[in-house]
Design a protein around this ligand. Structure first.
Ligand SMILES: Cc1cc2nc3c(=O)[nH]c(=O)nc-3n(C[C@H](O)[C@H](O)[C@H](O)COP(=O)(O)OP(=O)(O)OC[C@H]3O[C@@H](n4cnc5c(N)ncnc54)[C@H](O)[C@@H]3O)c2cc1C
Length: 361
């Protein structure tokens, strides 16, 4: 029997694939109706397809809230990079409904759902019954500790409010105005998700971000529909994710893009193989390089001064045709290879970037 602990996207996807060949039990603390998630729900169209989910299907209507075609990215000094994908590039999803959709797919494939929490007390019994345990417990690392296995150890902290504000319904906005990350506005319906991540308490930064929107007279109603807080693990390429009887998937394995904090697609892609012998080799072959590139880009961005971040945004704006053509929200290599193949961009980039930062790429 394969036991999957955690029924978020990673656990549901792992359980669905395991159930095709093995008796599979999926343990999830939360009930379907009252599930709470911390997420902006922005998922790339290509990523959904990679997970075998057709966002235009009837069943997807339950969780797709909006579609976006582009992004407006502002440097700390206000320069704008506007990317227009020309068509739907990403979807804003209701994560509760999305997770429940994935849960239905897992149980339809034959996985048995048990609404139970696995803790130190019942872990021993589970270990004796299961041939393999897949930990997909998100950022709850208690079972890692109980099993004496390493967990991610570097984190970002996210905060997000849902409010009615003026914004374009098919563009997300990103502001490089938070140390070590960015703030975002994601249009949903007649409201938007306004949030950010930071290496420490994110709330003061979010209050500042909202204050600025108020000054710009973009807040339509001061009431906050919902407040959301969560933790995002930083990808650690050295973290072991496969043991003789235990595998880690999703946030439990730190499978998160360090550039954006997005973990649903990339964690889901890894989780497909979490029940297979040699899982770590398989997922690293498919997405290990991508996660590593996201990490290097994040480190590079974190060390840019405001002035250099502004220069970079202006240089990217001059080359936005390439971003529009090659950009992929999940696979960083597609765009980076595109830049490497454009000598005019590379020459300006190398001339502009301080050499100690180039060493980090
Ligand atoms: C503010 C914020 C915004 C974000 N926005 C995005 C975004 O726009 N796009 C994106 O791709 N990612 C986003 N993320 C990241 C994304 O939410 C995570 O990467 C994703 O949820 C990871 O999925 P998972 O299945 O690994 O873990 P989770 O979704 O956390 O699921 C883990 C599940 O395990 C259950 N569980 C935990 N412990 C136990 C236990 N011991 N026994 C039984 N059940 C247990 C929990 O109840 C939970 O349902 C965001 C994160 C934050 C904090």
């Amino acid at each position: 029997m394969i036991a999957v602990v955690g029924g978020g996207p990673a656990g549901c996807i792992a359980a669905r694939y395991c159930a095709k060949e093995h008796e599979t039990v999926l343990f999830e603390t939360q009930k379907k109706e009252s599930r709470r998630v911390q997420c902006s729900g922005l998922l790339s169209k290509s990523g959904l397809h990679r997970l075998g989910i057709n966002p235009r299907s009837d069943s997807a209507k339950a969780f797709i809230q909006n579609s976006v075609r582009g992004a407006k990215i502002y440097s700390p000094l206000g320069s704008l990079l506007e990317i227009d994908g020309g068509m739907d590039k990403a979807y804003v999803t209701d994560r509760k409904a999305f997770d429940n959709h994935l849960l239905d797919k897992a149980t339809d494939a034959g996985a048995e759902l048990q609404n139970n929490t696995i803790d130190k007390k019942n872990l021993g019994e589970l270990k004796s019954k299961a041939d393999k345990i897949i930990l997909a417990t998100g950022t709850n690392y208690n079972l890692h500790k109980a099993l004496n296995i390493n967990a991610p150890c570097e984190f970002l902290y996210g905060a997000q409010y849902e409010m009615k504000i003026e914004c374009e319904s098919d563009y997300v906005e990103m502001y490089l105005d938070v140390p070590g990350f960015f703030s975002w506005i994601i249009p949903v319906d007649d409201y938007a998700r306004i949030g950010l991540c930071a290496p420490d308490n994110p709330v003061p930064y979010l209050e500042e971000h909202i204050k600025r929107l108020r000054k710009e007279k973009r807040i339509k109603e001061p009431a906050i529909r919902e407040k959301n807080y969560g933790v995002i693990p930083m990808y650690n390429p050295g973290l072991r994710t496969e043991y003789p009887k235990v595998s880690l998937a999703g946030d439990a394995a730190g499978q998160v893009k360090a550039t954006t904090g997005g973990g649903v697609i990339i964690g889901g892609l890894a989780a497909k193989n979490a029940g297979i012998e040699g899982y770590e080799k398989i997922w690293k072959k498919e997405i290990g390089k991508e996660l590593y590139l996201h990490l290097r880009v994040r480190r590079f961005l974190n060390n840019l001064s405001e002035k250099n971040a502004d220069k970079l945004i202006r240089l990217l704006a001059e080359n936005k045709d390439l971003i529009e053509k090659k950009g992929d929200m999940d696979m960083a290599s597609h765009l980076l290879n595109g830049f490497l193949g454009r000598p005019s961009f590379m020459a300006r980039f190398i001339l502009q970037a301080p050499s100690h930062l180039l060493d980090q790429l």
